[in-house]
Design a protein around this ligand. Sequence first.
Ligand SMILES: [Zn+2]
Length: 312
Amino acid sequence: MKLMDNIKGGLDKISIDTLKSRAAAIKDAVPKPSPKKKEEKKDNKEKTEAIPEGSIKCPSCSNIIEKKELGALKICPKCAKLFRMNAKDRIKAIADEGSFVEMDINMEAANPLNFPDYSAKIKGLQEKTGLKDAVKTGTCTINGYRCVIGVMDSGFMMGSMGSVVGEKLTRVFEYGTEHKLPVIIFTCSGGARMQEGIVSLMQMAKVSAAAAKHSEAGQLYVTVLTDPTTGGVTASFAMLGDIILAEPKTLIGFAGRRVIEQTIKQKLPDEFQTSEFLLEHGFVDAIVERERLPQILSTILKLHGCKKEVED
Ligand SMILES: [Zn+2]
């Protein structure tokens, strides 16, 4: 009681005028946006609006490019920046025509934690992307060499790994083990899917265990890291490939730069978390340009004893 009285007494001593002058001082201390900044903002807005329909502004060279100019491989014709490819386009660019046979087409996510709005979000994305979840899997041949393939898609919840991604990729390894086939996985992910909580995290262990069994059976596993490969995917199967390839200038990491800098209280190098930096430090075996991927992958398959099914 005495404490409350003391506090009350203290408050009474602060006059209304003191409060007013303090409020005025705080108001002055907050920086006001300068008229110049406002104009810049307006300019930027106008520039955004000036991009015609069917065109895109390259984030690397700032040129306005017609989307069709990017071509099947989604490469900026002015500066060679790689745009993200969806799973369908990627498979088309990698697999021999007509050779891809999709597996587990209709597998969809449940909502194990009853996470609010999760089911509706999944449904909306399924309609928008034509995918059931963030990975497409199946068998195909690449320049005549058969393999099991998994391609993650950043267009579906940033390629996040939940139960469906984990289960489908596990089945890719199991199929590869059973049929003595090499596995190739194109990774692209923001990490584990928070809406599935622990169910999503356990996929890291599950896929990794299936990859280990595939390896114990003497089969080859190649990963191709594409932009961005982060979080739980990097922390599990993305880094388990017998051979790890990456596309140029790909973001590859576990935690974000800011989180690491705050934790270790050190400034990180500019190129940190790029495929080039990881190549230099031994985490990546080779950086391969997008147009050369089918040739490089089929050469790797050939060198590892795969038999060519289709003769040229
Ligand atoms: Zn460009």
